[in-house]
Design a protein around this ligand. Structure first.
Ligand code: NAP
Length: 204
């Protein structure tokens, strides 16, 4: 492993953030020996332009509440403070300027998102400038093969799969549970559960 600084970027809509995201970020941090993991809530997710997404401010606050107790985690406002769709290439370009060109960036997200990578803005430049870690459940690893092959050498060198513990949790399921009045205890951190209740999120 090189001695360059290595930073993880946990990109997501986080609507809401949950235990699965936290377990994944910690697993990637250890596996790839990352100095820290920056959680970056997407203000305006590019592929959700016509879908209802909770206000960025709520998603940002919940991300802070969920991560503050881990000294290796931090939350960035980089996409919240930028206008327009939250393209990952703009974020990576900004972070490269901030941390220096030598720093290796590891963008961590779900396998489903990486399956659509070919449609992302400036994807070739993106692959040149960062690694992608696709979090996948054990046993589902084969699904990215076609994406990796599509990008050839760049794909083989820069797209990685990491099997994360079998946590069958999704933000969609959490929103549905709240709507139905079912419990989300232990699926999100307690302070996030309290915030959702206090702000009345996901009830409709
Ligand atoms: P999504 O479509 O809502 O999520 C796809 C799947 O990945 C879901 O199962 C989701 O589960 C999971 N997931 C999302 N973020 C994850 C994370 N950090 N770790 C583990 N699993 C994760 O995807 P999204 O959250 O809106 O987008 C993911 C990231 O890709 C964002 O940073 C977004 O800005 C970026 N993106 C960029 C472009 C572009 O630049 N053109 C296009 C698309 C996406 P949960 O619902 O439980 O999170």
């Amino acid at each position: 492993m090189s001695d360059k600084q290595r930073i993880g970027i946990m990109g997501g809509t986080f609507d809401p953030i949950h235990i699965g995201h936290l377990v994944t970020a910690e697993a990637v941090r250890r596996e790839y020996q990352l100095e820290k993991v920056l959680f970056i809530p997407a203000a305006d997710p590019p592929h959700k332009q016509n879908l209802p997404v909770t206000l960025p401010m709520h998603r940002y606050i919940m991300t802070i509440l969920a991560t503050y107790s881990n000294i290796h985690f931090a939350v960035s406002r980089i996409e919240l403070d930028r206008k327009g769709p939250s393209y990952t290439i703009d974020t990576i370009t900004e972070l490269k300027k901030q941390y220096g060109l030598q720093t290796e960036l590891f963008f961590i997200t779900g396998t489903d998102a990486i399956l659509e990578l070919a449609t992302w803005k400036n994807v070739d430049l993106l692959l040149e400038n960062c690694h992608f870690i696709a979090a996948t459940r054990p046993g589902c690893g084969g699904t990215l093969d076609s994406v990796i092959e599509y990008f050839g050498e760049q794909g083989r060198g820069h797209i990685h799969l990491l099997a994360t513990p079998e946590l069958d949790i999704s933000s969609t399921d959490i929103r549905e549970r709240v709507k139905q009045g079912r419990s989300i205890k232990y699926i999100v951190p307690e302070n996030v559960e309290n915030y959702i209740a206090k702000e009345g999120l996901y009830r409709t």
